[in-house]
Structures are given as structure tokens and as C-alpha cells.
Write a protein that binds this ligand. Sequence first.
Ligand code: GLY
Length: 389
Amino acid sequence: MEKLRFQNPVITQQEVAAALDAACRQIQHNLPAFTHTCQNHSSVNNIYPACENNQWTCGFWPGEVWLAYEHTGEESFKQCALTLVESFLNRIEQKIEVDHHDMGFLYSPSCVAAYKLTGSENGKKAAILAADQLISRFQEKGAFIQAWGALGAPENYRYIIDCLLNLPLLYWATEVTKDKKYAQIAHKHITTCLKNSIRADGSTYHTFFMDSQTGMPSHGATCQGYKDDSFWARGQAWGVYGTAISYCYTKNPAYLDAFRRTVAFYLTRLPQDLVPYWDMIFTTGSDEPRDSSSASIVACGMLEAAKYMEEDEAEYYTTLARQMMKSVVDNYAAKDIKLGGGLVLHGTYSKKSPYNTCTPEGVDECVSWGDYFYMEALTRLSKNWEMYW
Ligand code: GLY
């Protein structure tokens, strides 16, 4: 496989530290606004509205707060994140908006993090309940975790590539409970996903339908990408990072191979500043919006995968991650501290196209996971980090 290289500058350790310091100042400024409420999935004019703990994205803000706690040691971050853990325990106990697969996105950066960093028993309890909820969506026929909608409904008999980031909750649940059922379901799901969702050129389908009668693969489609056969940037990014994390937990070489293929495709579609357009069907010169969050997600994936590689290959991916984060810090990070302000500009949640089925939201805005993965990538560059995933 040809390895693409770029001439862009890499971020230095000093720049990493300065970017983390600045991000922590913005997070500190936002603590009063988002301790007893959550942060909306995306900003409006780069300011986040508050929301109830009822979106799939609510875990990212507490994840940022935990990362700020790790960077600074400031007690106020810890107290805020522990308050949020109570809300997450209540959410899963009361089953508030949990009839979907996004349990990992919700519970890893909030509650698994709380357990790992402070031994929080409520964090552990909530995250195990969330893992139980996630495996309740497993479909034997087709061997996959159904993403959305009524279980078994033919029009929703599908999974999406994003689910690779929900699987770490299952590996973790097996580690802490010693019950193999969680990791076994993760293994079945990723096997189905890698077989169907990665195209021959290493690009990926966002969603993939299975036949509800036979369990056989049916067809790939998009929801948030431009069209069914295009290259939704964040789906590609979830593929890159999700395969790297699954490799971390299992050491299955097929996952590292999938990582290499998805990242190789991603690199072929980047504009000069290494931050992709929201769908990578668009490239250099397009006036379509970017998705800055994909750059940070891919950087996290490369830094995770690099841990398991020989020196040359590890150096290759680490350099790419440093080049990407240099661009995100210099060109996309918010410069002024504002109440409710996000950390990274120019993310895209869901952009409507003539061919896709999404609700338009958060176009060219800060997005909650964009801020979280920005912090995570910088944290990974700053020290040997134990991941929340
Ligand atoms: N998981 C949905 C998204 O990435 O927008």
C-alpha cells in the first residue's frame, strides 16, 4: 500500500501544551453553564445552547471536563464531571432516550472515564447498564447491532459505521464484569461491519442494510453523507478510529489491516490543510463546509494505532497526526473565550444534500464531539494517556 506523505508542519510539544491550556480556560468558563444541564450537539453561531440529558452527544462535554481535570488537576472540573455522572446514571436507570446504539458515545467519555479516574461506583454502574442496553439491540439474524428505530423493523434493519465507537464500552464491560457476552457481541458486530462497510478502495458506507428475513447483506446507503456512494468524512473517521480501538482490545490483525486501508483512503481526499470537507467527494477548491471534527478523530486513531506498530510505521502515523493537529490548532481552534463557546470551529453535523436523508443541523459550527476529540488528540500528544474508550 503506497504511503502518502505531506510537507505540512508538525505541532510541537510547546504548541500542544499551549492549546490544551487555552482549551481548559474555555472549558472552565463554561462550567457554570453546563454542570446541571448538558451541551447541545452543535453550536449556534459558535455558542452552544444548553439541553436536557437526552441527546446521543451528551457524553462529549463531560469527557472534555475529565480531560481538563487530567491536564490541570483542578478540583472544579472533577466536581462538575461527577455531578454529570449522576445525571447519566439517572438517564440509563430511567431509560431516557436510550433506544438507539449510541451507548458508547454517551457512557465511555462520561462514566467509564469517571470510574477509571476516580473509581466512581456510580460511573461503573451506569456504564454497565448502558452496555446491557447496547447488547439488547444485537440482531442474531445478520449478526449486527441495530442502530436506530424499532428493533427488527425492515426499514431500520441496519447498522452504521459510527457504531465502531460504541464497541469499546462492550470490551470494557467484559473486562470489569468478566462476562464474555459483551465482547462476543462486539466481535460479531465488527466482523459484519468490516465485511460489508469497507469498499474495495478503502472508502466506507455510512449505513448498511441487512435483509431482515434472511440476515444477508443487502446494500450500503448514506444518511449524513452527500450520497450513497460518496465518502462522508466523519464516517471514514469513525472507521479509522474504531478499528484502531478494537485492535487495542483484541489484537486481531484484521482490525489493524482495516485501519490501514481506511486511513490510506482518507489521506487521498484531503485538501492542502489536511482538514476534510464534510463529504470527501468534495476536495481542494470546493466552497462546501469542512468537518474539522474528522481531523481530530483521525488523529486520535493514528496515535492509538501507532502504539502497536514497528518504529517506522508508528513514526509515519504520529507525524501525520501531528501535522493534522497543527492545522486544527492554528486554523480551526476558537481564539476568544466566550460563555458557551466551543473549542473548534468549522465542524459539520448533518448537511442536507439532494440525495441524503438527514435533518440539517450544525453546519459549519462547533460540534460537541469535535471539541472532545480535539482535547483527546492533544492529550494523547501531551502524555501517555489511558483512554476512556
Ligand atoms: N454518529 C453521528 C455523527 O457522527 O454525526
